[in-house]
Design a protein around this ligand. Structure first.
Ligand code: GDP
Ligand code: GDP
Length: 466
């Protein structure tokens, strides 16, 4: 999905526009420990007519003090982040008109020399007909040199159709380019689609050691080098003659920390690099788990949830098991091997059967099992089930499900898989009632179980007449 960032000085309505565009309310919020940062950086899935894209609210990048934006205290990281976006919406306040801060922000943006398409958006432009002041302000906004302004009102939604018109060609071009890049990558690997495997986790859990162990005996084709999308370091290698592209978030975080900037941004970048993966392996540290009360840190649980919410296949790698070797550690080892699966299940009740593997990267143990699980997860993630088979299955499964007697019961009639990677199904429901959440969950769990897709985020969307 292409990404769009909303820029502009404070109070022009960036957050309001963000809220209007984001259709799912549970946005990702990046913590910003930096005290100068007044708000969080938010990332959400936006919907504008039939355009889907990621949208970032840069309001969190503002400093409160001078009322200036971080735009003023540019960092390499901010520019690095902007380079990964496909369009920017530059907002100004249509009631206040063009201000010196707007001009400053435009100057800052120009200096970055990003080659990023910008749409000038004049916000707070509700009921503009006959409003001379706002018409004058819109006219004045041409002086910013960002082309034709699009008047909108984040508050009422006026003008969003025009914004759609302007964004559509930009994002279509961006999508085309993304596809081209993917094809280029495929070509460079001899026509075979590589498994994209990301190794994620907190610092010091052993990600780099895991990567080294995976590569030890393999033919490394390229890398480490920055990925095509520039938001990850990737390494290409072959495992049993099958191409793999490793996405190394550790390397990325280390590299981006060399540059200055709010930590939240580097966290955001690391997540974006995870988005390019098919399978994400989260590495946990057995030594740490054995010596603390917590099995999963909050950040690890959040990461695992995020990975499945984003539709990636997840595997868990519990590393450093060598530390718990020997008779005297038998109890600790047993406890840990029971606690981790239990905790993963509690954290991800919607995805049963996430594969968990216990390894020692330092001793080189478990490396081929990691790859085996990754390929299995990938195959499951690519599963396609034919419509006749699905419908035969649906009728059996509905017979299995305890029926509610009342007339208002929703009646699923027909199911079809609309896409794979991750497997996504549309369930057609007759009548005017829709299935409740727990009924939908029952269906997706049953699909996962009956079609061997353990650990895979299976999506079921219902269509009713309503
Ligand atoms: P940000 O600092 O750029 O994120 O701006 P906010 O989204 O927090 O909005 C700043 C103020 O402008 C708030 O009081 C909003 O209610 C107001 N505002 C935002 N959008 C509109 C709009 O379309 N019309 C009007 N009249 N007010 C708006
Ligand atoms: P990263 O920050 O997640 O990339 O972690 P590193 O790969 O740099 O490893 C952090 C530390 O853990 C290093 O001192 C490694 O030697 C150590 N380490 C990594 N894997 C293992 C393992 O399997 N067993 C033990 N005992 N130590 C490990």
């Amino acid at each position: 999905m292409p990404s769009v960032i909303i820029l502009g000085r404070p109070n022009v309505g960036k957050s309001s526009l963000y809220n209007r565009l984001v259709h799912r309310k549970e946005a990702i919020v990046y913590d910003t420990p930096d005290s100068h940062v007044t708000r969080d950086i938010r990332e959400g899935s936006a919907k504008l007519s039939d355009l889907r894209f990621k949208v970032f609210d840069s309001a969190g990048l503002e400093t409160s003090e001078e009322g200036a934006t971080v735009l003023a205290r540019t960092t390499g990281l901010t520019a690095t982040f902007l380079r990964t976006c496909h369009a920017a919406l530059f907002l100004i306040d249509g009631r206040a008109g063009v201000s010196p801060l707007d001009k400053e922000a435009v100057m800052w943006f120009r200096k970055l020399n990003l080659n990023l398409p910008v749409v000038l958006v004049v916000n707070k432009a509700e009921k503009i007909t006959g409003d001379h002041q706002i018409m004058a302000n819109i006219a004045e906004s041409y002086s910013l040199g960002l082309g034709d302004p699009v008047p909108v009102s984040a508050e009422t939604g006026e003008g969003l159709a025009d914004l759609f018109q302007r964004l559509q060609p930009i994002l279509d071009a961006a999508k085309e380019k993304l596809v081209e890049e993917e094809e280029e990558e495929e070509k460079s690997l001899g026509g075979q689609k590589p498994l994209r495997l990301a190794i994620a986790g907190r610092t010091n859990v052993g990600k780099s050691t895991v990567i080294n162990s995976l590569l030890r005996k393999e033919r490394v084709l390229t890398g480490p080098e920055p990925g095509l999308t520039r938001d990850a370091i990737t390494i290409d290698f072959e495992f049993n003659k099958k191409p793999v592209r490793l996405v190394d978030t550790a390397g990325w975080i280390q590299r981006s920390q060399l540059e200055e900037g709010p930590m939240a941004l580097s966290a955001m970048l690391a997540r974006r690099s995870l988005m390019t993966a098919h399978v994400v392996a989260i590495v946990l540290d057995a030594q740490e788990i054995a010596h603390s009360k917590m099995t999963l840190r909050n950040s690890e649980a959040a990461l695992a949830r995020w990975v499945t919410d984003e539709g990636r296949a997840l595997i868990i790698v519990v590393n450093k098991m060598d530390v718990l070797k020997g008779q005297k550690n038998a109890d600790l080892r047993k406890k840990l091997m029971e606690a981790v699966p239990k905790e993963i299940q509690l954290t991800l009740p919607q995805v049963l059967g996430v594969p968990i593997i216990f390894v020692s990267a330092l001793k080189g143990r478990g490396r081929s099992t990691i790859m085996k699980l990754a390929f299995e997860a990938y195959d499951k993630w690519c599963t396609r089930v034919s419509t006749p088979r699905l419908n035969r299955w649906l009728h059996k499964v509905l017979a299995r499900h305890p029926k509610r007697k009342d007339e208002k019961r929703a009646k699923p009639r027909y199911i079809t898989q609309v896409k794979a990677r991750p497997p996504t199904f549309v369930l057609f429901v007759a009548g005017f009632y829709s299935l409740e959440d727990h009924e939908l969950r029952f269906i997706s769990n049953a699909i996962r179980e009956d079609f061997n897709m353990g650990g895979i985020p299976v999506r079921v969307i219902q269509r009713t007449k309503k």
